[in-house]
Design a protein around this ligand. Structure first.
Ligand SMILES: *Cc1c(COP(=O)(O)O)cnc(C)c1O
Length: 458
């Protein structure tokens, strides 16, 4: 059979509240043209993020009921630790309430002022937690990784020559660890090849440096390796994931992604002394090392999720549904970051709306149009998020790219939902010349995209 189906049946449903265009025009105006201010009930298809928005399986809900809420040494903790060790193979597992808590503990233990942490592309919370320690987060993705239209099978790879040059330039004593983010979220959800993981690990170990994976989408990355890298076609996703982790000394993880859970995260290491220091810090802010800020039932949901996420019919469906969205809009001429990534499609709003200058936020304008057209909520990843304002002259420096991200929650929407999104995006694309830019009327000092307010430029 050529047709790929959703490999699940639906047991429990959540109704979508239908809206019409006049209602959405009123709601968007009330939300100051920033969909972060919209109530979720006013959204038909919510593609804001794939983080913590997935649907749990009946086995995960059964796990929720099995949850043991004992403060110390609960059965849920044993099941969680066993699942993590089985899949990832690290000696020490430290649970946290989400990925950024694992990052904060890791970097506050390993980094000091003036240090440098290389990665393919740091995710924003990773970067922020490194900078909070006074260290520098350095992005060393291959040049192809920065060009939206260029097709490359492993666009998340690190530039290993640039990495070697950075180690020579600063000296290994300035580099507390080297990281790779799989898949490369900020770089378009693009995978990293096994060859690249192996080579980055080799360089790190040659200089005596620990090598960590930011493992949020490890299963999606493993399946890309199976599909695209020579020698892996006959291996299972679980075997491939095991090999990826075998090169690493530790990892950080958000269970809200490939943990198939709505909350949670963890930190792993093979270094016993480091694990002890990390657990001491954990007790200070997250909780006792056998729950780390999570309920016992969350630990059980994650233990089941980590096992389910490696089912290959799930991974085939997951990558196929993202690719389906990307290929159908690209066929109609919509410019997207190529090739489609694992968890999201990114529309190149700068290429689609050349008549709107970056200072009028073409990405945000497109996000607003998608909501008006069909009640779809996407997110701008461009000058609203990453643009900089000079505090003296108030002049805007735009971001490098003006992207709109359509992130697909796991196991939540069916193909007809995706077809609906495709139709909406193509409708908006066909009348793109009528779309107007925006003017920012309010912005906060930090992370302004969450609370910025806009009006339409007329
Ligand atoms: C989501 C994410 C994180 C942070 O995890 P949270 O659970 O949101 O704190 C870190 N790195 C990557 C690549 C992510 O996608």
């Amino acid at each position: 059979m050529k047709t790929i189906i959703e490999p699940f049946k639906i047991k429990s449903v959540e109704p979508i509240r239908m809206t019409d265009r006049p209602e959405r025009e009123r709601l968007l105006a009330e939300a100051h043209h920033n969909p972060f201010f919209l109530a979720a009930d006013d959204v038909l298809i919510d593609l804001l993020t794939d983080s913590g928005t997935g649907a749990m399986s009946s086995e995960q809900w059964a796990g929720i009921m099995r949850g043991d809420e004992s403060y110390a040494g609960s059965r849920s903790w044993v099941r969680f630790e066993t699942a993590v060790k089985q899949i990832m193979g690290f000696e020490h597992v430290i649970p946290t309430h989400q990925g950024r808590a694992a990052e904060r503990i890791l970097f506050s233990t390993l980094c000091k002022t003036g240090d440098i942490v290389p990665n393919n592309t740091h995710f924003d919370t990773t970067r922020a937690n490194i900078e909070f320690q006074g260290a520098t987060a350095l992005d060393l993705v291959i040049p192809e990784g920065k060009l939206p239209e260029v097709v490359h099978p492993f666009k998340g790879n690190m530039d290993v020559q640039a990495l070697a040059a950075v180690i020579t330039q600063y000296g290994p004593e300035k580099i507390p660890l080297i990281m790779l983010t799989v898949t490369n979220n900020s770089g378009g959800g693009q995978p990293v090849s096994m060859e690249n993981i192996k080579e980055v690990a080799r360089i790190a170990h040659k200089h005596g440096l620990p090598f960590y994976l930011d493992a949020c989408r490890f299963a999606e990355n493993a399946y890309f390796i199976k599909l695209r890298e020579q020698g892996y076609g006959d291996k299972s996703a679980g075997e491939i994931a095991g090999e990826m982790f075998s090169y690493a000394d530790g990892c950080t993880m958000s269970a809200k992604k490939d943990g198939l859970a709505n909350i949670g995260g963890f930190l792993c290491t093979n270094d016993g002394q480091l694990a002890q220091q990390e657990k001491d810090l954990l007790i200070l802010t997250e909780g006792f090392p056998t729950y780390g800020g999570l309920a016992g039932r969350d630990l059980d949901a994650i233990a089941v999720g980590l096992e389910e996420v490696l089912h290959e019919d799930y991974l085939e469906y997951r990558l196929a549904s993202t690719r389906y969205l990307g290929e159908h809009i690209a066929e109609a001429g919509v410019p997207i970051v190529q090739p489609p990534g694992g968890h999201a499609i990114y529309i190149d709003a700068k290429a689609m709306l050349p008549h709107i200058p970056p200072i009028e936020f073409p990405g945000q304008a497109l996000v607003c149009e998608l909501y008006l057209e069909a009640g779809i909520r996407a997110v701008e990843i461009g000058s609203v998020m990453f643009g900089r304002v000079d505090p003296d002259t108030e002049e805007e420096t735009p971001a490098d790219m003006e992207l709109v991200r359509l992130a697909l929650p796991r196991r939540v929407y069916t193909q007809s939902h995706v077809d609906y999104a495709v139709e909406a995006i193509i409708n908006v694309f066909e009348r793109r010349n009528e779309i107007k830019g925006l003017r920012m009327t309010y912005q906060a000092e930090y992370l302004r995209h969450f609370t910025a307010k806009f009006e339409v430029v007329v």
